[in-house]
Design a protein around this ligand. Sequence first.
Ligand SMILES: [Zn+2]
Length: 206
Amino acid sequence: MKLYSAGDKSKAICESCQELVETTFLYRDVPFDDGSGEVKDILASVCDRCGEVVAIPAQSLPAIRRAREKVEASLEAQVPASDIEVLDAAATRISERASVRHRKFLLAFYVRKMARDPQAGERLKHLFSEAKALRPKAKVKVPRKRLSFKVSHDFEEEFAQLAKISGLKKTQVLRGVVHEIRSDLVYPEHPASLPQLREMVATLES
Ligand SMILES: [Zn+2]
């Protein structure tokens, strides 16, 4: 990507001047993208003729992007306690300080991974039927527990997409994803995803 410095020259269409103009990168106060106030001293492309800000380079976008409320939806399901134990066992593999907050991280990682897989619909159906078929060895009644997360809009959309392509209910998708975590991260001695997950968690926790 191109990284601009103050004083750099460029060309852009200026809306005020209604034509292609020479511009200079300068520090200006720029409104937040939702208009709720402004950010001081942002590097912007400024029209040489009229002095209006005509463009914002990529490097200045995060600063003016008003942090939208990230938590927009909740995901809730009643699952067998053993599913939660799978998530927590996986959490102990990816973090030395494993706790309940790693449950959502793991689900988000695998939901995103599966959402990119064109075969995810079939795979989820298979995973869910495997999960459903698992029975405790002894006659023990496994209690059901509630999983509840505040999730981002992106997560919710990917999750809904998985439900759609698999034809499963949301709880069933969740159980399928947990089963994927069991076979991808918990059972293998050297899981392929482990180094990447550890790296991500270590970075997030640093
Ligand atoms: Zn202009």
